[in-house]
Design a protein around this ligand. Sequence first.
Ligand code: VG1
Ligand code: CO
Length: 545
Amino acid sequence: MNIETVSTRPFPGQRPGTSGLRKKVSVFQQPHYLENFVQALFDILPDRAGQTLVVGGDGRFHNRVAVQTILRMAAANGFGKVLVGRGGLLSTPAVSAVIRKHACFGGIILSASHNPGGPEGDFGIKYNIANGGPAPERITEAIYARSGILSEYRIAAGTADVDLETLGTQRIGDMQIEVIDPVADYAELMQRLFDFDAMRAWFARGGRMRFDAMSAVSGPYARAILEGMLGAPAGTVVNGEPLEDFGGHHPDPNPAHATELIAAMSGPQAPDLGAASDGDADRNMILGRDFVVTPSDSLAVLAANATCVPGYRDGLAGIARSMPTSCAADAVAAALGIPCYETPTGWKFFGNLLDAGRATLCGEESYGTGSNHVREKDGLWAVLFWLNLLAVTGQSVDTLVRAHWARFGRHYYSRHDWEGIATERADALMSALRAKLPELAGRDCGAGLRIAQADDFAYTDPVDGSVSTRQGVRLIFDGGSRVVFRLSGTGTEGATLRVYLERFEPDASRHDLPAQAALAELIRIADEIAGIRSHSGMAAPTVIT
Ligand code: VG1
Ligand code: CO
């Protein structure tokens, strides 16, 4: 193998955000841009020689080009072997499963997740460590630091492209490349967690489901498992072919972007279960007939019913949720007598809790749910969990959720996104809000809402003691209502302000209000205190979930 050492200069801004480095495709297409980041990563992994790496992505535009580059660089940087999904495809949870099953050194995931794809869209790259989970901050910061002083990278020169379509082993120099079936290891793991017989019987009894893969990477997984192994009728999975531009849509499973699914789930003829997943298949949305389950409620319902499912029959060690996620899971944890951990936004913060056996289920309000079976959130896993619950309880989605509210109370919840704010304006809003914090505690905001606590969330990891500060401004009211403000760390254009709104309602006779109405006073207070409209110059949020 001929190794070429290419001179390069650092690109500014190669700092991974909430989940990897995400930029416009045109940024990644610049000569040396991807190579610099990958070399910075390899440079901070001194014990990589001879190790096995997993590589795959969500199939978006630029995926194949990037996979070929990474394979050549891995060979030139001394890796012993790479496992790559056929066609360069692997969902994020499948990468995690493959790393764990084959005890690999780590993995590279090519995805910008729920961000749109195509030549005008976004691309992304993320590194996962040997536990199968996203690299923690000390590693992402080391990559960033290295990217700032890099002067060369190494790549195998003069080799033909790897044939990504044929399963089996090939080589670049001394490095082995094994093209693997992207679905097999994942499907086997699902079979160990869920009651496939019960779910097969549910379909055989006439249970109906619609899984919208949003033209993203979950399609092959959902088809193989739902239609292949569980006997769901052909056509249960829609938009099941991964497309480089996701058909021009945001592959983001929420009521704002999965409008086709919402429409299909309404009316008496609608299927019993609706579900969707995002670009890299780690998010999930769950719907019943004329009923949308919020992600925070989903986590709580799964936790409360976990022992109905084989993989969790022995109960849960604990639950973990990101700070802005509603406290519905906390109520379940309290009833079960298990701890509930509150972490910053981003799945990387769950890794230590899962590794230490402190948490079994984890969730985020952003349509992310998962467990200790991998170290990523897992869209299809959550869908199978719900399907398993429907199959063994014989109940509908809305009956399960309403019964849950009746027992634990309802945590009304919504997230308002203000997208495309000029970065300076968004920063000014957050600075002004932070400056105001000391005077907010004790303030009476009207409508019976008094601020009990106002702070900027900081987290000390209970396992390794690492500290993460400035993770979101919280206003916590008497009675547990909350408003949380933070800026997105996954966008590629301007800033996105996320405003998270939550109100607890114990009274079962008041569990049927529309969420925006139930949260109206908190929405008013959020704008009064943060000056969202005046800072952003916008009249309304761009996305409400
Ligand atoms: C968003 C979500 C966060 C999630 C992250 C990655 O981050 O809010 O909960 O972990 O996306 O998900 P941010 O910083 O934009 O709020 V994915 O499916 O985009 O990898
Ligand atoms: Co995702």
